[in-house]
Design a protein around this ligand. Sequence first.
Ligand SMILES: [Zn+2]
Length: 329
Amino acid sequence: MTDTLPKIELHLHLEGAAPPAFIRGLAAEKKMDISGIFDARGNYSYIDFWHFLKVYEAATETLKTPGDYHRLTRAVLEESAASGVIYCETFLSPDFCGGRDVGAWQEYLHAIREAAEEAERQDGIVLRGIVTPIRHFGPEKAKETAICAAETAGDWIVGFGLAGDEKIGKPKDFAWAFDAAREAGLRLTCHAGEWGGPDSVRDAIRDLGVERIGHGVRAIEDLALVDELAEHGTVLEVCPGSNIALGLYPGWRQHPVGRLFDRGVKVTISTDDPPFFHTTMAREYERLADAFDWDAGVFATIARTSAEAAFCDPATKDTILKKLESAHA
Ligand SMILES: [Zn+2]
């Protein structure tokens, strides 16, 4: 039932979506030994979230040039399109793409956009970018990243976010970067309420003025906050498979996404770093249908919420909404 549904993904880290075989191939070409990050079956291997961040960074070490990112983007979008994704927003970090140098970043971005256009011609999938500093690299580097974002803000770079280790620093440390991004016309999101509790969600909304929250699921620990999110229409980029793989919840039935949805919060569904969490968008939908008895009507609501929460321009949004309507007609 869920396989054929058109899907919209708003929370996807480009490097985190790299198929392991693709990264192994790149490492072999460059004669780099990164065998330690894979298990015996060739999947990414890590013991907890903090080790996952290290493995993630080791995998990104193989991605050295705009050409590598061109190939990465094609490989990722091929997987997404196979899962029925019609529109996707991906987090991009100038930290990994050109070391936060504006000129180098523009070259990486050009390569990524070119690959996205090829994928759109081939599979109809549409991609947009959200520039994302890495929280544990600190606020000073985030300022440089914000400058890269502001310089390239427009119809393709549409948002600004914050990823990385939620336990390091406070959202307000990044206020300068978020203000610069907002002034450049970028829409805002921030990872919170994954490793931090409900207060981390409140801090991100109050101190950074974000309209979407990456994860945000731990808001469920404070029902007054859940009601505020519902009332203000704050959108949660929920990634259930990621949360379960990282041990935040013991299983799909225990995941709060069902309760958040039932209480009126604008919930969207994404994969975060799919091969790291042994998931795909198709698999997320399948598991959610099983765990919460969600039918096509619920998934249609989620897809529409996602399209409305997308950071793209109105014309692109209109096209996606029409595609959804005709699929659910
Ligand atoms: Zn994420």
